[in-house]
Design a protein around this ligand. Structure first.
Ligand SMILES: Nc1ncnc2c1ncn2[C@@H]1O[C@H](COP(=O)(O)OP(=O)(O)OP(=O)(O)O)[C@@H](O)[C@H]1O
Ligand SMILES: C[C@@](O)(CCO)CC(=O)[O-]
Ligand SMILES: [Mg+2]
Length: 387
């Protein structure tokens, strides 16, 4: 029996970083996915290792299960049904298991993802041998929630073949988990995100688990029903960055200027709530849509200004903003910033020729543009093969 799980990436329309400090944020799933497949070897395979194959990077890692048992202090003491945080002692043990794999220097950022993998796998399946294969349509470390999609798809695949999920194995094609299983996936994925991010708010794993568009504040999600078409151009500046470091830098600035930063976070909270209200309010005609789009664009511009206050913009992001402003279009960073991806609102009445011209101009600067479907499905699983 093999299970495949997929989980989407996301865009944050408003509220990144401030959400870590208790403000409201608005996020939507996008139709780009990370896929994780999981298979346990049969006795005939005579395989006694836990294997992780990161197919896109052509990297394979393998740990003899005896070694896992030897090194990991708490192995076997966790229940799949009660997600728990990784202790400092276990993090150190995992770091030694990752280190011995000699990850190529160019891919060293993967170490945190591999650590999250080892924590989630061993917590849910102990030291059982298995083969896990990962592929992704998302650019890694670019603000589109690749870490969360990885943790969600991984948790889903692991839970699907554990005793904690009640599933229909005969179902053909992609199927959704029930509410209890979704909650469990989301909680485990959050534990994985903690290993990758340090201090995640939980918005990325939540929107990847549940899909659609959500408003998120202090761990609580509210689903948003969109009442208007929303089209965003995503531009990848291709400037590498790391969410953990950016989140930490905002926290340090908050310690230095606590009152001023509290006002910034408060302003972001108002922006997110206003944005969510506009998206949800009914529309009567094209004029109403145009008015809404203007307001959303302005709120995005205001949010970007506040993200700059937090110190997470970047010269490449400013270049995209200047370029899109020539077309009277609004742009903000999405995700952790510091490079990575930015969003430009494409009004419904904007002609395709203008969009093509804008994309050509952005790509001539070395950026990469894409238009993704917004507000789609959350995580899903699919079974294949006999047990
Ligand atoms: N498909 C994957 N396979 C292995 N590791 C992954 C994968 N996707 C993400 N990761 C891990 O997550 C890290 C990137 O996470 P990071 O949070 O910095 O960026 P992001 O999630 O893409 O952006 P943001 O958090 O701003 O939305 C990678 O360096 C890697 O450790
Ligand atoms: C920067 C941040 O707000 C969003 C990253 O996509 C971090 C988080 O909320 O965990
Ligand atoms: Mg991330």
């Amino acid at each position: 029996m093999e299970v495949r799980a997929r989980a989407p990436g996301k865009i944050i329309l408003a509220g990144e970083h401030a959400v870590v400090h208790g403000s409201t944020a608005v996020a939507a799933a996008i139709d780009l996915y990370t896929y994780v497949s999981l298979r346990f070897p049969t006795p005939a395979d005579n395989d006694d290792a836990l294997k992780l194959h990161l197919k896109d990077m052509a990297l394979e890692f393998s740990w003899p299960v005896g070694k896992l048992k030897e090194v990991m202090p708490e192995l076997g003491s966790h229940a799949a049904s009660s997600p728990s945080s990784c202790s400092l002692e276990t993090i150190k043990a995992i770091a030694s298991l990752v280190e011995e794999q000699s990850i190529p220097e160019a891919n060293i950022g993967l170490a945190s993802g591999i650590s999250a993998f080892l924590w989630l796998y061993t917590s849910i399946h102990g030291n059982k041998p298995a083969k896990v294969i990962v592929t992704s349509e998302l650019p890694l470390g670019s603000g589109l929630g690749s870490s969360a999609a990885f943790c969600v798809a991984l948790s889903a695949a692991l839970l699907a073949l554990s005793d904690s999920a009640k599933l229909d194995f005969s179902h053909q094609g992609w199927q959704m988990f029930g509410d209890n299983e979704l909650e469990l996936v989301n909680k485990w994925a959050f534990e994985g995100e903690k290993i990758i991010h340090g201090k995640p708010s939980g918005i990325d794993n939540t929107v990847s688990t549940y899909g659609n568009m959500i408003k998120f504040r202090s761990g609580e999600l509210t689903r948003i029903k969109t009442n208007m078409p929303l089209k965003m151009l995503i531009t990848n500046t291709k400037v590498g960055r790391n969410t953990k470091a950016l989140v930490a830098s905002v926290s340090e600035r908050t310690l230095r200027h606590s009152t001023a930063m509290a006002s910034v976070f408060n302003a972001v909270d108002s922006i997110s709530n206003e944005l969510a209200a506009i998206i949800q309010s009914p529309v009567s005609d094209d004029l109403a849509i145009t008015e809404k789009e203007e307001k959303i664009g302005e709120l995005m511009e205001m949010n970007q200004g506040l993200l700059q206050c937090m110190g997470v913009s970047h010269a490449s992001i400013e270049t995209v903003i200047r370029t899109t402003l020539k077309y009277k279009l609004y742009t903000k960073l999405t995700g952790a910033g510091g490079g990575g991806c930015v969003l430009t609102l494409l009004p419904t009445l904007l002609s395709g020729t203008v969009v093509d011209k804008l994309i050509a101009e952005l790509e001539s600067c070395g950026f990469q543009c894409l238009i993704a479907g917004i507000g789609g499905r959350g995580m899903e699983i699919s079974f294949s093969g006999s047990s």
